[in-house]
Design a protein around this ligand. Structure first.
Ligand code: SAM
Length: 286
């Protein structure tokens, strides 16, 4: 039975191993059993699932995952947590612990090897300092994924769901919306963690689209255009694209493509929807 997930159980194990929290690894451990149950429910984990957990910490959520899933792969960067995980997960035979920086793991080969290439589910209470690179890596590397259910900073969850007109709209919003349907599943207050973070959190579920919702001929070019547009938010779209070291279109070519999608010369990138970025990218590729 999962026995972590309370302030007293967490304190006990931390004291036993004289564990010191590392701020640089974004270590805020969950201490609320209701939140843990809600995350597992939101992720809809079943015994058929292979789950990747990023950053298991002392194994609090991992215990719940082991009980719900077929197999769990838990990737933890901090070697001081490994002996703790060996103890807290000793009752489960369906978990593997990997001591590694998740950004250095070849997740595609891992899923190929461990799950016969079938789509996996990712569940994590993410270290906030690397939320964006982790999500981008998971989507862009073409790893077979069914869904990603993650705890993130509340503002990041907002950024993933928003559209043109909001100051939070950016490259992350567009990437998430291109690859997945994003839905906030629950809000989590700072007091559900030890130690308490300075920010509020939210659990967001990203369910991968079976088929992309927009038609784009060259994904890589579309994301280069998106990045160029938001790198220089205050500039017009034409200047943002012209100044990008990743792109080599002339001002005339860019203006022609902007006109072809029915937008004025003065438009800024932040005013375009995902569909319009896809059209612009297709026009520039002609
Ligand atoms: N899952 C635990 C929980 O909910 O209580 C811990 C969550 S804590 C917010 C984030 C965890 O990710 C920490 O255990 C931290 O050491 C780990 N971590 C940080 N950076 C990592 C990385 N690059 N790769 C793998 N794990 C990482």
């Amino acid at each position: 039975m999962a026995y972590l997930g309370s302030p007293s159980a967490t304190r006990e194990i931390i004291n036993k191993y004289s564990f010191a929290f590392q701020k640089k690894f974004g270590q805020n451990f969950l201490i609320d059993a209701n939140v843990l149950k809600n995350i597992i429910d939101a992720a809809q984990i079943t015994k058929d699932d292979f789950v990747l957990e990023i950053g298991p910490g002392i194994g609090t959520m991992t215990q719940y995952l082991c009980e719900a899933a077929g197999h769990v792969m838990a990737v933890e960067i901090d070697k001081m947590l490994i002996p703790i995980l060996q103890e807290t997960l000793s009752a489960y035979d369906n978990v593997e612990i990997m001591n590694q920086d998740v950004l250095k793991v070849d997740i595609k080969s891992l899923v190929e090897e461990k799950n016969d290439g079938k789509p996996m589910k990712v569940v994590a209470n993410l270290p906030y300092y690397i939320t964006t690179p982790i999500i981008m890596e998971l989507f862009e590397s073409g790893v077979p994924i069914e869904s990603i259910t993650i705890m993130v900073q509340k503002e990041v969850a907002d950024r993933m769901q928003t559209g043109p007109g909001s100051k939070d709209y950016g490259a992350l919003s567009l990437a998430v919306q291109y690859y997945a349907e994003a839905k906030v599943m629950l809000h989590v207050s700072a007091q559900c963690f030890m130690p308490r973070p300075n920010v509020d959190s939210a659990v967001i579920k990203l369910t991968r689209h079976k088929k992309p919702t927009v038609e784009v001929k060259d994904e890589k070019r579309m994301f280069q255009i998106i990045r160029a547009s938001f790198n220089q938010r205050r500039k017009t779209l034409v200047n943002g694209l012209k100044n990008s070291p990743e792109l080599s279109f002339s001002k005339e070519e860019i203006l022609k493509a902007i006109a072809a999608i029915g937008k004025p010369e003065t438009i800024r990138g932040e005013a375009l929807t995902l569909e319009e970025f896809a059209k612009l990218s297709n026009e520039l590729g002609k």
